[in-house]
Design a protein around this ligand. Structure first.
Ligand SMILES: [Zn+2]
Length: 237
């Protein structure tokens, strides 16, 4: 979950850590299907525009993983516009529908769309883009995802230039919020839970520095949480 919060927060001193080298290894590849609604398309100016933005968001996610040595990568198996119409529900409702645990259960069109992507396209992850917000008592949430898990729901207004999708997909790979750790005043990692203007394309890793600043701590180490968490649906069907 990511919340919108623009106010400055107090500077938190960085921990000092020794840097140890980590062996490079081949990133595990997961296939992702991205589904978006008509309203999401309209918010982004058309099909070519939203598709281009989604492509870029996946590239940013992969770059973030690579720079952080989180050791996962995504390949888009399909990007598809779907017939689901926003009904004044929430992103959390969307996520529950994707999982088949929503109020409408298996009758949900989102669940049917997700199953089609998983079975027919062999996709490991399914992400849906809608214009809905919030849920679960957090009215301003702009994304929800399983941690870890296969599904995410993100708001269509945050595809242009934000960490929203890399953040939600990071949850799918077991990423946790880095709330107690920020790189410097106003600069934060992708798993910081609030959208802000200054972010660096890193998941926290105490062994990686960005502009001389260590990007994680022993307790804020999303790269370690994510490594080996390649999501695959190979055994699900
Ligand atoms: Zn989050």
């Amino acid at each position: 979950m990511m919340k919108v919060m623009k106010k400055w927060m107090k500077f938190i001193p960085l921990a000092t850590l020794l840097v140890a080298p980590i062996a490079e290894s081949q990133a595990a590849e997961s296939r992702i299907s991205i589904l978006y609604t008509n309203a999401a398309r309209d918010r982004n100016g058309g099909d070519p525009q939203i598709r281009s933005r989604l492509r870029t968001r996946i590239q940013v996610t992969n770059r973030t993983s690579r720079q952080s040595r989180a050791n996962f990568s995504l390949r888009v198996s399909r990007t598809r516009r779907i017939g689901y119409n926003e009904r004044g529900l929430t992103l959390l409702g969307n996520l529950n529908d994707l999982r088949g645990g929503g109020s409408t259960q298996n009758e949900s069109s989102l669940r049917n769309d997700a199953l089609r992507e998983e079975r027919d396209r062999r996709s490991d992850l399914v992400s849906v883009i809608t214009t809905e917000r919030g849920g679960g008592g957090v009215s301003n949430a702009v994304g929800w995802a399983n941690t870890p898990g296969f599904y995410s729901a993100t708001n269509a207004d945050f595809l242009g230039n934000s960490q929203n999708m890399p953040h939600e997909l990071g949850h799918n790979f077991n990423g946790a919020h880095d709330q107690a750790h920020r790189l410097s005043d106003g600069l934060h990692t992708v798993m910081w839970a609030s959208l802000q203007s200054r972010w660096t394309q890193h998941y926290s890793n105490p062994n990686i520095r960005r502009s001389g600043i260590v990007t994680g701590t022993n307790s804020r180490n999303n790269a370690a949480r994510m490594r080996g968490r390649d999501q695959t649906n190979a055994n699900r069907f």
